[in-house]
Ligand binder design. Sequence first.
Ligand code: HEC
Ligand code: HEC
Ligand code: HEC
Length: 450
Amino acid sequence: MAVLSSAVVAGAAWAAYAFAQEPASAPRVETQVAQPQAAAASDADKALIEKGRYLAAAADCIACHTAKGGKPFAGGLGIDSPIGKIYSTNITPDKTTGIGDYTFQDFDNAVRRGVAKNGSSLYPAMPYVSYAKVKPSDVKALYAYFMRGVQPVEQANKPTDIVWPLSMRWPLRFWRMTFAPDAITDDSPLPNDPIVRGRYLVEGLAHCSACHTPRGVGLQEKSLTDDGHTFLSGGVIDGYLAKNLRGDSKDGLGTWSEADIVAFLKGGRTAHSAAFGGMTEVVENSTQHMSDADLAAIAAYLKTLKPVDTAGSALTANPAAAAALRAGTDRSNGALTFLDNCAACHRTSGVGYSETFPALALSSAVNSDDPTSLIHLVLQGGEMPWTKAAPTHYGMPGFADRLTNRDIADVLTFVRSSWGNHAPAVTADQVAKVRGAVKAPAQPTRAENP
Ligand code: HEC
Ligand code: HEC
Ligand code: HEC
C-alpha cells in the first residue's frame, strides 16, 4: 500500500512537474495551415472552421503539438521532465495516427477534461485545467477546425520516456480529481463587456496562468481565477520568471497602460520593454494573431488585478548613476562591466532606445525580486519576437563565455540598484545555479577577476 500511495504522489508530482516545463523552445511555424480538400463546405461550415482556426491560435495549440521543424500539429515535441520526456501527440485528422476518428465527445474529453479516447488520463502538460473554462460552442469550432481545416499528417505518436512505475497513468486520475476544475456547461453568449471577454480568454484558451501563476505542493497552479493576490503573480518556467502581471507598480503591470499591454502582445515590444524567454514564442505563435478587440479585452481585464503588495509604491527616476558612469567616478566591477558590455545598447542612462533596445531603468522585469530571468538572459542572450506588427527585429548577445559568475552578479546588482531601480542584489551563487540549470558554457577563467 505504501508503494502504491507513493506512486500516486510521485505520479501526480511528475505529471505536474512536466506541466511546468512548457517548452520555451516552441518551433516558429506558420499558423496558416494549407487547406485540405474538405468536401464542399457550406458558408456556415466555413465560418465555423475559421472561428476554430482563430481560437486555436489564441489557445496556442501549435506551440506544443508541433516538433521543431515538424509538420503543424503532428506532435512529437518532447517536453522535459527529470525522469524522462513526455511527447505531445498528433492532433491532425489522420485516421490512423492522429485524431481523425475522434467524435466531438472524445475531443472535448481530451481538451477540457484531460481524458484520452481510450479512457486514460493525460499529463497536465496539456493545459486542460485552463481549457475547462472554454465554452462548449468554442470547443465545437475548434473541433470543426481540427477535423476539416487542418491537413492530415501520418506520424505515429512517441511513447513517453518515463520509466515504470512513474509511467503508470492511473495516478494522474487522482491528480485530475484533486486539481482540475469541471468543464463548464454554460454556453450562453458573453455579455458585451471587454473585461468579461478578457477574463474568459486569460483564464481559458490563452492559459496565461499556466506560466504566470505560482505552483503549490502538488505543483498545481495555486489559483485558476483572480483570488486577489496569487493569480498571475509570477511563476518560474523553463528557467525564466513568467513575471507578476498584477497591479504592482514596481514589478507588475501597475505602470503599464492598456495600450502598452496591447502593443506588447501584438508586436512583442513597447517603447520601453521587449518580450524575451518563453514569452517570445507566446507572442509569435499566439497573441500576435489575436484581434485588436480581444487584445484590448485582455489588457482591460489584466488592469483589474489588484497589486500583491498593496503598500508598494512606484519607483522614481534617479539621475545619479548615469552621471557617475559618464564622469567615470564609479569604478566598481558592476559599473565597469556595464560600461564595457551593456551601455552601447542600453545606454549609460539605462533608458535604451525606443522599440529597439529595452529600457533597464524602472523596468518591471528588472525590478522583480527573483532574478532568474535576468541571469538567464545575460548568459544566453535573446531575440525579440518576429511579428507582423513590428517586423524589424533586434537581439542581445549572450555573455556566458565572456563574463564570470561574479561579473554577471555584479553587473545585475548594479542594474538593479541604479537609475531609480530597487531590487535585491544578485549573488555569484545564484548565477552559478542558473548557469548549470540552463546548461550554459562554463565561466571563463580570468586571473585578474576580483
Ligand atoms: C502546453 C502544451 C500544450 C498545449 C498548449 C496544448 N496541448 Fe494538447 N497535449 C499536450 C501534451 C503534452 C499532450 C499529451 C499528454 C499525454 O501524453 O498525457 C496533449 C494531448 C492532447 C490531446 C489528446 C490526444 C490523444 O492522442 O489522445 C488532444 C486531443 C489535444 N492535446 C488537443 C489540443 C488542442 C486542441 C489544443 C489547443 C486548444 C492543445 N492540445 C494545446 C500539450 C499541449
Ligand atoms: C509559456 C509560458 C507563458 C505563457 C503561456 C504566457 N507568458 Fe507572459 N511571460 C512569460 C515569461 C517567461 C515572461 C518574462 C519575459 C518577458 O518579460 O518578456 C513573460 C512576460 C509577460 C509580460 C511582460 C511583463 C513585464 O512587466 O515585462 C506580459 C505583459 C505577459 N507576459 C502577458 C501574458 C499574457 C496576457 C499571457 C496570456 C495571453 C501570457 N503572458 C502567457 C511566459 C509566458
Ligand atoms: C547589442 C545590444 C545589446 C547589448 C550589448 C546588451 N543588450 Fe540587453 N537587451 C538587448 C535587446 C535587443 C533586448 C531584448 C531581448 C529580447 O527581446 O529577447 C535586451 C534585453 C535586456 C533585458 C530585459 C529588459 C526588459 O525590461 O525587458 C535586460 C535586463 C538586459 N537586456 C540587460 C543587459 C545587460 C546587463 C547587458 C550587458 C551585460 C546587456 N543587456 C547587453 C540588447 C542588448
